[in-house]
Design a protein around this ligand. Structure first.
Ligand code: ADP
Ligand code: ADP
Length: 220
């Protein structure tokens, strides 16, 4: 599903370059649950953003669902993103002015899903996540754990093949963190969603099936 070959990322620095990632070879198969770990500044977020088509690599080749990512038109890249990718962020990134219901519905609007299908899909997720009673609340009226549940619901509402999560429990208490990790585990095992998370927590990583460690931009 994901094949990286000699992927590097650098930024210009004076007359030279600062490498953030170097020669990353990585294959991720459908159905895996992978944790990217490593010290701060080791390139974890950059790697996740490249995998999730949010950033371009500087060198190397990336095949996502057998498509050579660097050769895609902007239109095709956006389409791949809208259909097959869900993102979960540490700070939730919900839209403050939209209700729980509307936040979850957003990716379906981008994808052009019909109104009846949107209704049934959002209702199904509200029910599954025990949030029916909260559907008309705004993000600031929810606890952190509840906001991240909305974040996860929004990430999977369009049935993506893969979820990329950047420190999804970084702002949560341990009980809420466990709830989110158990949810990821279910999505992975029952719904067969591939998951790639960045985490500092060995406990979080233990929910996955493989750990990828980065050090100074290299795979350790
Ligand atoms: P991590 O997620 O492991 O903390 P990041 O991927 O966020 O690491 O960052 C890796 C390194 O890349 C850091 O040293 C950071 O300062 C650098 N970096 C990230 N983005 C940029 C940028 N736009 N320009 C220059 N350096 C950057
Ligand atoms: P948990 O830790 O179980 O995720 P909290 O203890 O943070 O939840 O919150 C408990 C309850 O208080 C939740 O049902 C949530 O809806 C409500 N709540 C939290 N913050 C606010 C707020 N700012 N305004 C209204 N209700 C809130």
């Amino acid at each position: 599903m994901i094949q990286l070959e000699k992927i590097s990322k650098y930024y210009p620095a004076g007359f030279g370059k600062t490498y953030v990632l170097r020669h990353i070879d990585l294959n991720i198969k459908e159905g895996e649950f992978i944790s990217i770990m490593g010290p701060s500044g080791s390139g974890k977020s950059t790697l996740l953003h490249i995998l999730g088509l949010l950033e371009e690599p500087s060198e190397g080749e990336y095949l996502f669902l057998d498509e050579p990512v660097q050769k895609l038109t902007e239109k095709k890249r956006t389409e791949l993103h809208r259909h097959h990718i869900g993102f979960v962020f540490q700070a939730y990134h919900l839209i403050d002015e939209l209700t729980v219901y509307e936040n979850i519905e957003t990716p379906l609007l981008y994808k052009g899903t019909s109104s009846s299908e949107r209704k049934s899909r959002v209702a199904e997720l509200l029910d599954r996540f025990n949030m029916v009673a909260k559907k008309d609340l705004f993000p600031h009226q929810l606890s952190g754990g509840q906001q991240q549940l909305v974040g996860v619901a929004r990430a999977i509402v369009h049935n993506p093949k893969v979820i990329f999560a950047d420190e999804p429990t970084g702002n949560l208490h341990s009980e809420q963190a466990i709830e989110i990790m158990e949810l990821f585990q279910k999505l992975n095992q029952e719904d067969k969603v591939t998951i790639v998370q960045v985490t500092h927590s060995e406990t979080n990583a233990s929910y996955g099936n493989r750990i990828v460690r980065l050090k100074d931009g290299w795979l350790a």
